[in-house]
Design a protein. Structure first.
Length: 389
């Protein structure tokens, strides 16, 4: 059974979407399927023009003419066109062996395009539905808003089934087409990877990992940390692992940090290796993932939660959305009643000094993660879903 990835390009480098795709296809491989990931657009630089490569045991193919991203505007766009053509040729050649395609895209026009191809070439198509696109405030240009509303309204029309990341998205799918087949696959993680990595010995620290696009949330975390320090509730530092190139947000963040009296206790890292990231996860006193009482956060399920549980460290978040279906406050996570500095501070100040309690919560969170977020278990579940479509 050949199962292919269609949609976004850039594998194997990238953040949550790439990691989710990698673990989805690794899980399918463990369950007995043959995976193939297709990149139709060149996003990276390669030293050669080799089209087919292997990453963590998963084969991927670049279908554009130039393997590396061209510098000139004209060549880049011609290369994109060649990528679509190369992908179409590949799909035609492999039409007798492809069983299912998993589509992961935030461009509406790709949904009818790939659905028509699936009907012509004779394979099933499943959509990864991980965001309520129309609820994301950053996607605010006129045409993007139209694109996102079309996805959220007509997503069921262009597939044989869906992978939803949360109960909210599952209910949304049912409100559009009540009998549409779907399977819920929440955050995923490779728990075995964490077992072979030692914890960082960099002293006491709280930690957040995310992108600079969430600058508002980063400021929230810094404010919470400063309040803990001001009231002598915590003696350690704050470690922020931040990715992304949004220059205005970086400027705002640095300006904000300069107003904090404990700025010397705030450490920022970017572009670190995966092994260093896992070490930092495992060495933290606490791993922070604030969720806001907004539709965007209620509908999604952050990929980081899977990684956080695998590190066996306690999670600090808000008791809303998908997270409340898995975790219990004070037992398997630390969950504030609402997204406010006061609520988060109240929860933390009552527990931050008890290393034993933090360790127990972290371990219970790990057990929940192992049962629900391990990519191997999810791979079997997804393979069974595909088999019955």
């Amino acid at each position: 059974m050949l199962i292919i990835h269609l949609g976004f390009s850039g594998f194997p480098k990238g953040m949550a979407s790439v990691q989710r795709t990698l673990l989805t296809f690794k899980g399918l491989k463990e369950a007995g399927a043959t995976p193939l990931i297709i990149n139709k657009i060149s996003h990276h630089q390669y030293p050669d023009n080799k089209k087919v490569r292997l990453f963590n045991g998963i084969p991927y193919v670049n279908t554009s003419h130039y393997n590396s991203k061209p510098v000139s505007f004209l060549k880049r766009n011609l290369n994109k066109l060649s990528g679509y053509c190369g992908e179409l040729i590949l799909l035609y050649k492999r039409r007798k062996t492809i069983d299912t395609a998993i589509l992961y895209s935030n461009y509406f026009l790709e949904y009818p395009y790939y659905f028509i191809l699936s009907r012509i070439l004779g394979f099933k198509i499943i959509i990864q539905y991980v965001e309520m696109f129309s609820s994301i405030p950053e996607r605010n240009s006129y045409f993007t808003k139209i694109n996102d509303k079309l996805i959220d309204r007509y997503i069921c029309s262009f597939c044989d089934g869906l992978i939803v990341i949360s109960d909210y998205l599952g209910k949304h799918v049912q409100s559009i087409e009540v009998n549409k087949p779907m399977v819920k696959i929440p955050a995923n993680s490779d728990f075995s990877k964490f077992d072979i990595i030692p914890a960082s010995n960099s002293g006491e620290y709280l930690m957040y990992c995310g992108t600079i696009n969430y600058e508002e949330i980063i400021e929230f975390i810094i404010t919470l940390f400063a309040k803990l320090k001001e009231n002598n509730q915590y003696t350690g530092s704050l470690l922020l692992i931040i990715s992304g190139l949004h220059e205005n947000n970086w400027m705002k963040l640095h300006s904000f940090i300069n107003t904090i009296s404990f700025k010397n206790d705030i450490i920022i890292k970017s572009n670190i290796s995966n092994s260093e990231l896992l070490k930092d996860y495992k060495g933290a006193d606490l791993l922070i993932i604030p969720l806001r009482n907004k539709l965007q956060d209620i509908a999604r399920f952050p990929h980081k939660i899977g990684e956080y549980t695998a590190a066996r460290r306690p999670i600090l978040s808000t008791n809303l959305g998908e997270i409340k279906f898995y975790f219990n406050d004070g037992i398997s996570a630390i969950l504030a009643d609402n997204y406010s500095i006061e609520s988060y501070y109240e929860k933390l100040s009552a527990i931050i000094s008890s290393k034993q309690q933090l360790n127990e919560i972290g371990m219970e969170g790990y057990n929940i993660g192992l049962r629900n977020f391990d990519y191997k278990i999810q791979g079997k579940q997804l393979k069974e879903f595909i088999d019955h479509l």
